[in-house]
Write a new protein. Structure first.
Lengths: 1191, 504
C-alpha cells in the first residue's frame, strides 16, 4: 500500500474546483484519524462494539492508548477556533485602504479583492468601504454592498448602523484601515453595534503599532530592539536623544504608514525638525527615537498564523540596501541569500514568538529584523499586524496567496483545512519553497518634485516597484532593472551618466542611498573600484556586489568579441545572466535585431518555468510563469483562441492602478467570452499579476524582446496594448513591425497574430504631432495655436507668434512630465536650458495657454465598424492648465452649456472615426470663458478616468471595450448611447507633497498626484465635500470652540484677484473671519469686505506663518504669483500649511467649490449610500453584476 | 561478488558490501597517497572493478575516512575540531584554509579544475565562465552537461532532491544521505560558505551535490571556508549549472533515479548509463559503513547562541544510549540540552550490552538507506523495546515499525525538505518539519496497539508512532531540525517525560 501516493490519499479526493474550502478539504482531523482506525478495525476480526470484557488484549491496548487521562503528557484540548468556518457571523465589513499614496499602493487593492472573493466564496455577505474608485475591489459585483466615499470614523459608523455587519476585517486595507478600526473602537462604535474585529484584535494592533508597548513586548520574550526611547513632546525627544547619546538617530512615528514623518537625523537641528514632523504625523503624537543601525543587514519574514495557533513563514526577504533605507525603497531579494540555516531558523523562531506575543490571532504579519554583519547580533525593528506591501510581494514571489488565506483564517479556518491553491493536493499549512530568485526594485519620482532631495531614508518615497523572477540573482536583477522602464535595458551595457562622474561624485552616490545607487555601483566597478571598497562605502553585502561584479566581467568579455564570434554556449551563458538583447547589442557593437536573429537561429530561446510554491516537489498546474534560459520549458501553451493583455509595468505618477483596473477588466470580460486570457506584467502590487486573474500569467518585463518571446511561444489571436497606459502603447509599433516580419500565425490556426483594437498606425498618428495636426485640420477641429520647436529659435518665434502665456512640454510624454506654463521669453529660454533638451530628434511643443478656461475630459468607445459611443464627459473643477490627473472633476458636467457639449460630442465622434479607433479613446478639451471649444489632446487608449467613469455611470466600459476589440459591435454589447446619471460623482486627486520635503505644493501642468478618491451624491456640493473629506482635507465645518469664528487666510495673485470678492463673500457668509495679506486685503477693503491684515513672512512678525503654527488659521486659499519672492516666501507658508494639515486651496475654482461644499455641509449632514443603491432599476443592477468580475 | 561491487580491505571485522557511496579520490598519481590532513590509519583503501567497461581496469581508488571514534578509543567528545570564532566577514582568520574573505570567484581554466582567485582581479578577456566538464547521467537515459567543482572522478548514487532553502552544509554532513546525490532545488548554494559549527557529522557521506549555481563568493560572519574548497578536501563530487528544476520534475514523475556523475571524458554516455542500471540501493545495508565503531560519550549542548529550547532548565540527568545508524550531531546536542547524558553506540552494539548500561532511555537514530536491509538492527530494537523507553527518529522510526511487526516500503521520491506540514494528531496542531527519507512505515501493517501520532499532511503518510504500553515513541522526520524549523523540538521533551515517567 502506498500511502505516499497522493492519488490514494483521502485528502486529495475533494476540491476539483478551487472555489470553496467548505467542500471538505481536508476532512476534519478527527475523520482522518477515524479513517486510520477504521482500517485497522476492519482488519481485526472483532467488531469494536463487542463488550469490553471480550476485547482481546491488543484492542484493549488500543483503547487505553486513547485514554487521555493515563497519558503521561497532558492532553492539550483543541481550541474552539479549530472547528473550522464560523457560522455565527453572516455579514462582514472590509475596510479598504483609500487612495493610492506613497507607502500604500495597489497592493491593498490586491489584498482587498482577494479577501472579498474569498469571503464571498465562503458564503458571507460582504460590505466594503473604500474611497478609491480605481480599485477592482470596489467593483459593484465584488462585494454585496460597496460604499465609495470618505472613510472617517463617523461616516463608517453610519454605514455600520445601516448595514449592521457582525464582524469587521481591518487587516486588508493597510495602515488606513487599521487606524480606522482603532478609531472606531475608541469612539465606541464597534461596541455600540456589536461588531467584532476579526483578523487582528485591538490589543494586537496596539501592541504592534504603539512603539512603547512593542518594545516592552519584545523585551518580555527576550528579543533585542535597538536602544531607543519614546517621546510624546519635543522636550522628551531631546532627553531621549541625550540618553541614547550620539547621532545619527532614527525617528519613527507611531501609527503611520511608510515611515511618514520619520527620518534619520545626523545633527541636533535636523533632529528637532524631524521630531516635530514626526509628532505631527503620528496619530498618537508619539515617536520612537532609536539608535541608528546603519549598515546592518535587513531581513523581513512574512508570517501567517491561524486560530489554532499554527504558524508558518511564507517567505524571507533580504534587503540589498542595508538598514537606513525604508524597506519599500530598498532593492529586495527573496529568499534571503546570506543566512545559514541556523541563522535563518533563529529569525524564524523569533518571528513565531513575536506573532504569538503580539497576539495577532490569525492572518498575515510582517516582521523586520536587523542583523549585524560582523557578529550576527539580531535586533527586531518592527512588525506589521496586517497584510502589507511586503505580503503582496511575498505572495507574488512565492505564489502563496497571503491575503486570500488571511481572509479565510479570519473566519475560523485553520491552515490545514485550506488547500494550497497552487498544488490543490497539499494543504496550505506549509512553508513555500522556491527554486528561483526574486528581485524587487522600487521606482521613484523625485524629478517631479523639484526642491526635494533624491535621498532615501526611513521614510518611504518610492511610487511603485517592479519585480522579476529568474533562476539566479543575476538574471532576476537584470530583468527587474529593465522592468523598471527608467531607460535602462538592464544593469550596465550602456553609456550611463554616472560613467562620466569623477570619483568624488561616485563615492558620494555610493555612500548616500539614492535611487540610482545601483548605477553608481556599475560605474565604480567599470572604473575599477574593488568590491571591498564599494562595500565599505555602501554597506551593501559583498555577496550581491560580487554577483554584480561578475556581470561587469561578462560585459568586458562581450566588448572584446564580435557578435559573430559568440557561440551558442556563449549566448546561453550571457542570457542566463539576464542580459537583454539590447545590452548584448551595445556591448558587441551590433543592433538588437541582429542579436535576436543570431540568438534565435542558434536556438537560444527562453524556457518558461512555473511558480508552484513547492520547488517542483508536487505537481502543480498553476499558469504562473517566468522566463529563464534553462533547459526545460514548462509553458505548455494551448491551442485555444486566446488573447495577450499587456499590463502597465511598475506604478509611477501618471500610470498606476487605473490602468491595472482596465487590464483586469479586459481579462475578466474576455475570459467570460470564451477566450483564454494571458496577462503579462511586472508589477507585484497589482490584481493583474494575481495568478487567478487571467488564465495564464507571464511575470516578465514589458520590453519588445520579452513580449516577442512570449508571442512566439503563445501565438495568441490578439494582443491588447491600449489598456496598460503608455508602456504597452509604446510597444505597439515595434510589435506590429515584428508581426509583419515574422508573419506569425495564431496557435489555433485561424489567422495571423494581430494587435487588437486601434491599429498601431493610428496610435502613431495620434501621438505624432504633425500627423495629428493634419487630421485636425482636415476635420476642422480647433486646437490652441502652437507649434513644434526643434531648437530655441523656433520656440521663441512660435511664442511670439501666438503670444504669452504658452504651455511648453516635450513630445511623447505621459503625466505632463516637464510640462510648464511660461509667461516670458526669459522663462522660456530658462526652461529650454534646464528642464528639457531640445533637438530635432526630441522636439518641444509650444502651445497657447488658455487662461481661465474650463477643461473637459471625455472617454469614448468605438467599435471596428466605426460606431462611437461617449462613455462619460467630465468637467474639471480646476481650470485648464492644471494637469487633468491632479484636478478634481465631476460627472456629469455642471456648468458647461449644451451647445459646447454638443460640439465636444460631435468632435469626439468625428475624431474617433477618422483615427479608426477600436476600443477606448480619451480626449481633453478646453472651453474658454467666451464659450469657444478647443481640443487639447487625444489619446487612443484607455485613460486614467476609465474606472471612475465606469463606477459613475454604472457601466464597465473597459470590459465593453475589450469585447469591442475582439470584434463585437457596440450593438452586440448593448451599450449604444451615452449614460448621464442622475447622481453626481466627483473625483479628487491625492497628492504626495508631504513625503517630499522642500518641494512646493502648487498644482501645475505636470501631474504629481499618486491617487484619487471619489465622492458620490445626488447633490453636487455634497458630492464635492465627500470627495474632499475622502482626500483627507479636514474641512472646518463646525464653529470654532467657544463660539470663536473659524478663520480663512486669503492671498491671491493679480491674475486671480477678479474672483477674490466672490470667494471672500462666500466665506464671510459662512461665518468665517477673513485674514489676508496686504495686496489681497486692499482689494477686499475696496469692496467693503471686513478683513484683517496679516504680514507676509518676509515683512516682519507676527506674520501669517506664526498664525498658522498657533492654530489660528483653519483654511487657506493661496494662488501663487510665481515670482521669486513667492517661490521662497509662499512656498514656506504652503509647506507649513501642509505640515499643520490645514486645508490648502491653490486655485480659484477649487476655492469656490469648497465654499459651496462648506455651505451645503452646514445645512445637510452627509449620508452614505452604497454604490448599488444609485442604480435602482433591476436592469442596471443586472448589467452591473454581469459585467463585473467573475466570482 | 557482483561486478560493480567493491572490495574493502577491511579494518572492520567482517567484509561489508559497499556500493560506491564514499568520497572519491581523483584518479591521478597524487591520490594514491592520502590527503595530508588525515592520519593514514583512518583509512581503508577500496578497489572497484567494472568488467563491463572497456577492460577490467581500476576505475578509481576509493578513499574512506572513518568516524573518529574508529580509532578504537573512546573520545569524551568526537567534536574534535577547533572552534574558530570569526567576528567579521571581512577580517579573518586563524583558519588554515584559503578562506572566505575577500570573496572569491571561481575562475575557469580551460578544461581544468576550478581555481579560486580574488574577486578584484584585473579584467580578463577570457570567457568569464567555466565550460562544461562533467556529466550527470540518469538511469532513464538522460545526460546532463554540467560544470564540476569539488572532487573529480566518477561516482554513482541515487539522485534525490531537497527543497530546503537553507542548510546545505547540514545536508552535506548528514550521514543519512550516504549513497545519494543531493540535488538542491534552491538555485544559489555556497553563499554562506561552510563553518565549523554547522557540521552534522565529522565528514560528508553523500555521493555528490547537484546544484544550479555555485556562489562565486561567500558572505557570512561565521564562514571559514568556501564550499568548493571544502568539498574538494572532503573529496565530494559536485556539479553546477544544471537545470535542477527539470531533474526535480523527472524525479517527481519517475521516482528517485540512479545517476552517475563523471568528469572523466573517456567514458561514453552509454557506459555511464549501464553503470547506473547495474547499481542498486534498495536492500543495501548502508548503515554499518558509517556507524561509529566503538561507543563514546557526548556531552556538548546546543550552543547558547543557537539554543531554542523554551521553558525551564532541565537539571535532571537521564542517561540515554543512542544507536548510531548515521546519527546527526544535533540529535545529540538536543538531548544534551535537555539534560541527558548520552552514550553513542555502534549500530551493531548488542542489545544486552546496552541494557547492561542501565539506560533511562534508548534512541534509535536516523540513518541512510533501506531499513529492510538491516535485519540485525531490527533484532536489536526488538530486544530493547519494552525494557527501556525508546525514541526512534527517521531510520529509528522505520526500524521500530519493523520491530513492531509492520512493514516499510520505498516511497516514490521520498520526502526531502524543510517545509513539510505534519499534523500532531494528539495536540491537533501542525508542525513544519524537516524531512529526509525515502522509505516509510505502512501504518496498515502495524498492530492496532500502535497509535499513529503524526501524519504528513502532504500525502497522509505515517510520520509518528507511539505505544505508551511499551514506552515507545518515534518520528519519521527530524525533530532536531538542523537544517529545518524547530517546531518539533517538543518531541525531545516528550521523550524526557517518557523517561521521567518510567524512572519515578
Amino acid at each position: 500500500m502506498a500511502l505516499c501516493n497522493p492519488k490514494l490519499s483521502i485528502n486529495s479526493i475533494p476540491s476539483s474546483s478551487s472555489s470553496s474550502t467548505s467542500a471538505s478539504f481536508p476532512p476534519p482531523r478527527h475523520i482522518s484519524s477515524l479513517f486510520l482506525f477504521r482500517r485497522r478495525r476492519r482488519r481485526h476480526p472483532y467488531p469494536a462494539s463487542l463488550s469490553a470484557s471480550k476485547k482481546p488484549g491488543l484492542l484493549r491496548l488500543l483503547a487505553r492508548a486513547h485514554d487521555k487521562d493515563s497519558d503521561p503528557i497532558s492532553w492539550i484540548p483543541r481550541r474552539p477556533g479549530t472547528a473550522g468556518k464560523r457560522t455565527d457571523i453572516q455579514k462582514i465589513m472590509i475596510l479598504g485602504a483609500g487612495p493610492i499614496v506613497i507607502g500604500q499602493a495597489c497592493e491593498f487593492d490586491y489584498s482587498g479583492t482577494q479577501a472579498c472573493k474569498a469571503l464571498r466564496d465562503e458564503g458571507y455577505e460582504v460590505v466594503l468601504i473604500n474611497s478609491n474608485p480605481a480599485t477592482i475591489m470596489t467593483d459593484p459585483g465584488l462585494a454585496n454592498r460597496t460604499y465609495i466615499g470618505p472613510m472617517t470614523p463617523e461616516l463608517v459608523e453610519q454605514i455600520i448602523a445601516e448595514e449592521r455587519p457582525q464582524a469587521l476585517l481591518p487587516t486588508m486595507g493597510g495602515q488606513t484601515a487599521l487606524n480606522l478600526a482603532v478609531a472606531l473602537h475608541e469612539s465606541g462604535a464597534l461596541a455600540r453595534y456589536g461588531v467584532e474585529l476579526i483578523g487582528a484584535k485591538l490589543d494586537a494592533i496596539r501592541c504592534a503599532e504603539d512603539r512603547d508597548l512593542f518594545k516592552k513586548a519584545m523585551a518580555s520574550i527576550g528579543l533585542k530592539t535597538p536602544p531607543s526611547g519614546i517621546a510624546n513632546t519635543i522636550e522628551e525627544c531631546a532627553s531621549v536623544a541625550d540618553e541614547i547619546g550620539g547621532f545619527p538617530l532614527i525617528i519613527r512615528p507611531a501609527f503611520t504608514l511608510g515611515g511618514t514623518g520619520g527620518g534619520i537625523a545626523y545633527n541636533r537641528g535636523e533632529f528637532e525638525s524631524i521630531c516635530r514632523a514626526g509628532l505631527a504625523a503620528s496619530l498618537t503624537t508619539q515617536v520612537l527615537i532609536e539608535k541608528s543601525l546603519l549598515g546592518w543587514k535587513e531581513y523581513e519574514l512574512e508570517v501567517m498564523r491561524d486560530l489554532a495557533d499554527n504558524v508558518v513563514i511564507i517567505c524571507s526577504i533580504e534587503n540589498i540596501d542595508p538598514m537606513g533605507v525604508h524597506t519599500g525603497d530598498s532593492i529586495t531579494v527573496a529568499p534571503a541569500q546570506t543566512l545559514t540555516d541556523k541563522e535563518y531558523q533563529r529569525l524564524r523562531d523569533y518571528s513565531v514568538a513575536i506573532i504569538r506575543k503580539i497576539g495577532v490571532e490569525c492572518g498575515g504579519s510582517n516582521v523586520q529584523f536587523a542583523v549585524n554583519p560582523v557578529d550576527g547580533e539580531v535586533m527586531v525593528i518592527e512588525m506589521n499586524p496586517r497584510v502589507s506591501r511586503s505580503s503582496a510581494l511575498a505572495s507574488k514571489a512565492t505564489g502563496f496567496p497571503i491575503a486570500k488565506m488571511a481572509a479565510k483564517l479570519s473566519v475560523g479556518y485553520t491552515l490545514d483545512q485550506i488547500p494550497n491553491d497552487i498544488t490543490k493536493k497539499t494543504p496550505a499549512s506549509f512553508e513555500p519553497s522556491i527554486d528561483y530568485v526574486v528581485t524587487k526594485i522600487p521606482r521613484f519620482a523625485f524629478e517631479k518634485f523639484p526642491g526635494s532631495q533624491p535621498i532615501l531614508t526611513t521614510q518611504m518615497k518610492s511610487v511603485g516597484e517592479a519585480m522579476a523572477l529568474g533562476r539566479t540573482f543575476q538574471e532576476s536583477f537584470q530583468k527587474a532593472v529593465r522592468s523598471l522602464e527608467c531607460g535602462y535595458a538592464g544593469w550596465g551595457c550602456a553609456h550611463i551618466k554616472e560613467l562620466d562622474w569623477d570619483w568624488e561624485q561616485l563615492k558620494y552616490s555610493l555612500r548616500v542611498p539614492n535611487p540610482d545607487r545601483i548605477h553608481a555601483i556599475y560605474a565604480a566597478m567599470r572604473k575599477g573600484m574593488k568590491v571591498d571598497e564599494i562595500h565599505d562605502l555602501s554597506f551593501i553585502d559583498k555577496w550581491f556586489l560580487s554577483q554584480l561584479k561578475e556581470l561587469v566581467e561578462v560585459e568586458n568579455f562581450l566588448q572584446t568579441i564580435s557578435l559573430d564570434q559568440l557561440t551558442k554556449d556563449d549566448l546561453y551563458e550571457v542570457k542566463r545572466r539576464g542580459f537583454s538583447d539590447k545590452q548584448i547589442a551595445y556591448a558587441t557593437n551590433s543592433t538588437e535585431k541582429e542579436v535576436r536573429t543570431k540568438r534565435i537561429s542558434s536556438g537560444v530561446i527562453p524556457a518558461y518555468k512555473r511558480v508552484d510554491t513547492c520547488a517542483a516537489e508536487f505537481e502543480a498546474n498553476t499558469p504562473y510563469m517566468y522566463s529563464s534560459y534553462d533547459f526545460e520549458c514548462e509553458s505548455a501553451p494551448t491551442k485555444m483562441k486566446k488573447v495577450l493583455i499587456l499590463g502597465g509595468g511598475p506604478n509611477r505618477i501618471g500610470q498606476g492602478i487605473e490602468f491595472d483596473y482596465c487590464c483586469c477588466h479586459a481579462s475578466f470580460a474576455l475570459r467570460q467570452d470564451g477566450y483564454e486570457t494571458i496577462m503579462m506584467n511586472s508589477n507585484p502590487e497589482t490584481v493583474s499579476t494575481d495568478y487567478d486573474t487571467s488564465d495564464r500569467l507571464y511575470f516578465e518585463p514589458l520590453t519588445i524582446e520579452d513580449v516577442a518571446n512570449v508571442l512566439e511561444i503563445e501565438r495568441p489571436d490578439g494582443i491588447i496594448v491600449q489598456f496598460g497606459g503608455q508602456t504597452p502603447l509604446k510597444l505597439a509599433v515595434p510589435i506590429q513591425q515584428y508581426l509583419e516580419e515574422k508573419k506569425l500565425m495564431s496557435a489555433n490556426g485561424t489567422g495571423p497574430v494581430r494587435v487588437w483594437g486601434t491599429s498601431p498606425d493610428s496610435i502613431d498618428a495620434a501621438e505624432d504631432r504633425e500627423r495629428f495636426n493634419a487630421i485636425l485640420n482636415e476635420l476642422q477641429i480647433e486646437q490652441p495655436k502652437g507649434g513644434i520647436a526643434k531648437n530655441e529659435a523656433d520656440a521663441l518665434s512660435i511664442a511670439s507668434n501666438i503670444g504669452y502665456p504658452v504651455v511648453v512640454r516635450p513630445s511623447y510624454v505621459l503625466g505632463g512630465r516637464a510640462m510648464e506654463i511660461v509667461y516670458t521669453d526669459e522663462k522660456l529660454l530658462k526652461y529650454l536650458e534646464t528642464a528639457v533638451e531640445v533637438d530635432p530628434e526630441r522636439p518641444v511643443l509650444v502651445d497657447k495657454y488658455l487662461s481661465d478656461a474650463t477643461e473637459i475630459d471625455v472617454d469614448a468607445m468605438a467599435d471596428s465598424e466605426g460606431n462611437v459611443v461617449i462613455g462619460g464627459i467630465m468637467e474639471h473643477i480646476e481650470q485648464a492648465g492644471i494637469h487633468s490627473g491632479d484636478s478634481a472633476c465631476s460627472l456629469p458636467t455642471k456648468t458647461v452649456s449644451n451647445k459646447c457639449l454638443d460640439i465636444i460630442r460631435s468632435w469626439t465622434i468625428k475624431l474617433a472615426k477618422r483615427l479608426g479607433v477600436c476600443g477606448l479613446m480619451n480626449c481633453q478639451y478646453a472651453i474658454t470663458a467666451s464659450g469657444d471649444v478647443y481640443l487639447l489632446e487625444a489619446n487612443p487608449r484607455a485613460s486614467r478616468t476609465v474606472p471612475f467613469v465606469s463606477k459613475a455611470i454604472g457601466h464597465p466600459i473597459a470590459k465593453y471595450a475589450s469585447l469591442v476589440m475582439s470584434g463585437k459591435s457596440i450593438y452586440d454589447i448593448g451599450f449604444t448611447s451615452e449614460v448621464i446619471p442622475k447622481h453626481v460623482s466627483i473625483k479628487e486627486a491625492v497628492l504626495p507633497f508631504e513625503k517630499f520635503q522642500g518641494c512646493d505644493v502648487l498644482l501645475g501642468p505636470e501631474m504629481r498626484s499618486t491617487g484619487e478618491v471619489m465622492g458620490v451624491d445626488f447633490d453636487f456640493h455634497v458630492a464635492f465635500a465627500k470627495a474632499q473629506i475622502a482626500a483627507g482635507q479636514k474641512l472646518p465645518v463646525d464653529d470654532g470652540l467657544l463660539g470663536n469664528k473659524k478663520t480663512v487666510f486669503l492671498s491671491l495673485n493679480d491674475l486671480t484677484k477678479p474672483h477674490l470678492a466672490s470667494i471672500a463673500d462666500g466665506f464671510l457668509q459662512l461665518g468665517f473671519r477673513l485674514v489676508a495679506t496686504s495686496g489681497t486685503a486692499r482689494v477686499l477693503e475696496l469692496e467693503n469686505i471686513p478683513v484683517e491684515r496679516v504680514l507676509k513672512m518676509h515683512e516682519g512678525r507676527p506674520h501669517a506663518g506664526d498664525m498658522l503654527s498657533n492654530g489660528e488659521i483653519h483654511i487657506m486659499v493661496i494662488t501663487s504669483s510665481g515670482d521669486a519672492l513667492d517661490s521662497i516666501d509662499g512656498r514656506q507658508l504652503r509647506r507649513m500649511a501642509l505640515a499643520c494639515k490645514i486645508p490648502l486651496i491653490t486655485t480659484v475654482s477649487g476655492a469656490l467649490a469648497t465654499v459651496k461644499a462648506l455651505r451645503s455641509l452646514k445645512h445637510n449632514s452627509i449620508k452614505m449610500l452604497a454604490l448599488q443603491d444609485y442604480f435602482h432599476s433591476v436592469e442596471e443592477e443586472l448589467d452591473l453584476r454581469a459585467a463585473s468580475s467573475t466570482i | 561478488m557482483s561486478k560493480n561491487l567493491v572490495t574493502i580491505i577491511p579494518r572492520a571485522k567482517q567484509p561489508i558490501s559497499l556500493s560506491g557511496f564514499f568520497p572519491l579520490v581523483p584518479l591521478d598519481s597524487e591520490s594514491l597517497t592520502p590527503p595530508p590532513f588525515l592520519p593514514s590509519h583512518w583509512m581503508a583503501q577500496v578497489h572497484a572493478s567494472y568488467a563491463d567497461c572497456t577492460s577490467t581496469s581500476l576505475v578509481s581508488r576509493r578513499l574512506r575516512r572513518f568516524h573518529p571514534s574508529f580509532t578504537g578509543f573512546t573520545l569524551s567528545s568526537p567534536h574534535v575540531h577547533v572552534r574558530l570564532h570569526m567576528h567579521s566577514t571581512s577580517h579573518v582568520s586563524t583558519s588554515p584554509s584559503p578562506n572566505s574573505s575577500p570573496p572569491h570567484f571561481y575562475k575557469s581554466m580551460k578544461g581544468g579544475s576550478t581555481l579560486l582567485s580574488g574577486c578584484d582581479d584585473s579584467v580578463s578577456t577570457e570567457r568569464p565562465w567555466k565550460t562544461s566538464d562533467a556529466r550527470l547521467v540518469l538511469e532513464d537515459g538522460s545526460v546532463w552537461m554540467a560544470k564540476s567543482f569539488g572532487a573529480s572522478g566518477t561516482q554513482i548514487g541515487e539522485v534525490v532532491f531537497n527543497t530546503s532553502l537553507t542548510g546545505y552544509q547540514e545536508i552535506l554532513t548528514d550521514p543519512s544521505y550516504a549513497g545519494q546525490f543531493v540535488l538542491m532545488t534552491n538555485p544559489h548554494i555556497g553563499n554562506t560558505g561552510v563553518n565549523l559549527d554547522d557540521e552534522e557529522s565529522n565528514q560528508c557521506f553523500l555521493a555528490g551535490l547537484v546544484i544550479r549555481s555555485i556562489s562565486m563568493c561567500t558572505s557570512n560572519w561565521r564562514c571559514s571556508e568556501a564550499l568548493g574548497d571544502y568539498l574538494k578536501k572532503q573529496n565530494i563530487m559536485a556539479i553546477y549549472d544544471v537545470d535542477t528544476r527539470a531533474i526535480t520534475r523527472r524525479l517527481r514523475e519517475d521516482g528517485s533515479l540512479i545517476g552517475v556523475l563523471s568528469t572523466d571524458e573517456s567514458t561514453t554516455d552509454k557506459e555511464l548509463i549501464e553503470m547506473a542500471h547495474k547499481w542498486k540501493i534498495v536492500g543495501v545495508d548502508l548503515i554499518s559503513g558509517i556507524s561509529c565503531e566503538a561507543p563514546y560519550n557526548w556531552s556538548e549542548k546546543t550552543d547558547t547562541e543557537w539554543e531554542f529550547k523554551t521553558g525551564s532548565d532541565y537539571r535532571e540527568e537521564f542517561h540515554v544510549v543512542a544507536y548510531d545508524f548515521g546519527i546527526k550531531h544535533n540529535i545529540l546536542r538536543r538531548l544534551a540540552s535537555y539534560g541527558c547524558k548520552v552514550t553513542v553506540v555502534p549500530s551493531k552494539w548488542p542489545a544486552s550490552e546496552t541494557l547492561k548500561l542501565n539506560p533511562d532511555g534508548v534512541l534509535f537514530s536516523n540513518g541512510p538507506g533501506d531499513p529492510a536491509a538491516v535485519p540485525y538492527a531490527v533484532e536489536i530494537v526488538k530486544d530493547i523495546i519494552g525494557k527501556a523507553p525508546v525514541f526512534g527518529i527517521c531510520m529509528g522510526h522505520q526500524l521500530l515499525g519493523q520491530a513492531l511487526g509492520g512493514k516499510t516500503f520505498k516511497m516514490k521520491f521520498g520526502h526531502h525538505g524543510g517545509n513539510h506540514p505534519v499534523c500532531n494528531l494528539r495536540k491537533g496542531c501542525i508542525e513544519i518539519s524537516a524531512q529526509n527519507h525515502n522509505y516509510a512505515v505502512d501504518p496498515a501493517s502495524l498492530p492496532p496497539s500502535i497509535e499513529m501520532t503524526h501524519i504528513n499532511l502532504n500525502d497522509n503518510s505515517c510520520a509518528g508512532l507511539r505505544c505508551p504500553e511499551l514506552k515507545i515513541m518515534s518520528l519519521q522526520y527530524h525533530p532536531e531540525a538542523s537544517p529545518g524549523p524547530h517546531d518539533s523540538d517538543l518531541a525531545f521533551r516528550e521523550f524526557i517525560q517518557l523517561m521521567k515517567g518510567t524512572k519515578s
